[in-house]
Design a protein around this ligand. Structure first.
Ligand code: ADP
Ligand code: MG
Ligand code: ZN
Length: 481
């Protein structure tokens, strides 16, 4: 029997506010000098401390809701989610339960075979992050600096049917959060975490079978590997006539297996109830509309525009729009350059990205400005310099800065389309290599590239390749006679 997976994702992302969700401590807990210095009675749950809602966090949450095509609940409420764990000082987490700030949205994703799939977003709600535990040998240490940092939870419906689609959904959500400036997307820092709910069923069936939930996936790679593993594990259980038990799993990245954390029988009853210390949030239409006006052009729309305005392929456009800073850089180069957008794309996606990756530099901090990059692309496009020389100039610009025209002059890189100079080089090559000429004329046509390589070497890459090619063809023809 053939099985298909059913996947629903829960995504937790911290919000980039100045202060924590319910107190005025800094949300930038990473900058705290020592553990337990970025704390106050509210975020450490001291008796009598009262929470106050962070206005900015509600704005950012609504912005995310709108970006994910959700409807905003004008009346939404906070709830207590009760459980005990040492990283939760109050003994409950303030969250949203019955009435989240946003619900019923959707996101179009690619299912891995270039088909579009609409994944429904069930809800987007506000909650608070927990403290951090450090487990030592016989004891654990707790650091409350992170406790109470605004956290957003985005829950999908179980609409996802392939691991590729799960990856695309997670990738798109991350890109949207970054576009909106609400989350850095730095998964190594733990500011964005995934949970995958997974079940499998026979292809063609429309029942939902028992699911498991894999917690705290801290990278795209972990999401993919854990999901694949869990799908295989469940299929094997059914094939052997067993049944899947509903449980919460962890992912062991080293061993590459999911591990049981707790089963349904031990599952929490969170005893949610309305948070008595916080009034419901009442949002006006005008407020919601003012948030809507802050929405930037989102990756999906930008991709479509890049395809139609710049003649890029979908995958080229998707690459450029995967990051707003990259898309902006591309657009400013195109605006300043006379070269086709396709050419700009290929230099950007190729050489510039290589330099950025090699030096671990973000495009935002590129030492080569869009103006300078545009000049360089134009010089190659105008055949003032060869492609290879362009790479040399770019490396120089990247490492030492400066002006492309100056570098070309200093390094004597200007391309020559003067036929006399090129002809001379070709004649010498053909005269010096009679054996190769003979083989070529006898039918070994692959040698042509070798001859061209000799030209590039002899002219130090300064010969215009089109002119050289033409003269080379002629030179070889003549030797036929
Ligand atoms: P709750 O967390 O309140 O129990 P649900 O169990 O309905 O809520 O859903 C939690 C997550 O699990 C959602 O992302 C949902 O899409 C997903 N999910 C629910 N049922 C299944 C299933 N049978 N298979 C895979 N995922 C599921
Ligand atoms: Mg959950
Ligand atoms: Zn505090």
């Amino acid at each position: 029997m053939k099985y298909e997976p059913v996947i629903g994702l829960e995504i937790h992302g911290e919000l980039l506010t100045n202060s924590k969700m319910f107190c005025s401590c800094s949300a930038d807990y990473g900058s705290a000098p020592e553990p337990n210095t970025n704390i106050c009675p509210t975020c450490t749950g001291l008796p009598g401390a009262m929470p106050v809602v962070n206005k900015k966090a509600t704005e950012l949450a609504a912005l995310v809701g709108l970006a994910l095509n959700c409807s905003i609940n004008k009346h939404n409420t906070f709830a207590r989610k009760n459980y005990y764990y040492p990283d939760l000082p109050k003994g409950y987490q303030i969250s949203q339960y019955e009435l989240p700030i946003a619900e019923k949205g959707s996101l179009d994703v690619n299912d891995g075979s270039e088909n579009q799939l609409k994944v429904r977003v069930r809800r987007v709600h506000i909650e608070e992050d927990t403290a951090k535990l450090a487990h030592e040998k016989n004891y654990a240490l707790v650091d409350f600096n992170r406790a109470g940092v605004p956290l957003l939870e985005i829950v999908s419906e179980p609409d996802i049917r392939t691991v590729e689609a799960a990856l695309d959904y997670a990738t798109k959500v991350r890109a949207i959060l970054r576009y909106l400036g609400v989350n850095s997307g730095d998964m190594e820092k733990g500011v964005l975490r995934f949970e995958a709910n997974i079940s499998v069923r026979p292809v063609g069936s429309d029942e939902f079978r028992t699911r498991t939930e894999i917690k705290n996936l801290n990278s795209f790679r972990a999401l993919v590997r854990a999901s694949q593993y869990e799908i295989e594990r469940q299929i094997k259980i059914y094939e052997e006539g067993g049944r899947v038990v509903q449980e919460t799993l962890g992912w062991d990245d080293v061993r590459g297996v999911t591990t049981s954390q707790r089963s349904k029988e031990e599952a929490h009853d969170y005893r949610y109830f309305p948070e008595p210390d916080l009034p419901p949030l009442q949002l006006s239409d005008a407020w919601i509309e003012s948030i809507r006006t802050q929405l930037p052009e989102l990756p999906e729309a930008k991709t479509a525009r890049f395809i139609s305005d710049f003649g890029l392929t979908p995958s080229e456009a998707r690459f450029l729009t995967s990051d707003m800073a990259l898309a902006n850089y591309f657009e400013s180069v195109v605006a300043k350059s006379k070269s086709p957008a396709k050419t700009v794309h290929s230099w950007l996606a190729g050489e510039l990205m290589r330099q950025l990756n090699d030096s671990n530099t973000d495009i935002k901090d590129s030492p080569v400005s869009p103006e300078t990059f545009a000049q360089l692309v134009d010089m190659v496009n105008d055949k003032m310099i060869s492609g290879n020389a362009g790479k040399v100039v770019l490396r120089e610009l990247f490492e030492h800065g400066g002006d492309p025209a100056r570098i070309i002059k200093d390094k004597n890189l200007a391309q020559v389309s003067d036929t006399g100079f090129i002809q001379e080089a070709i004649d010498k090559i053909l005269n010096d290599n009679p054996k190769e000429v003979e083989q070529y004329l006898a039918g070994k046509e692959t040698l042509f590239q070798w001859f061209m390589g000799q030209v590039a070497r002899a002219t130090k890459g300064k010969a215009d390749p089109n002119v050289a090619k033409e003269l080379m063809v002629k030179g070889l023809e003549e030797r036929k006679k």
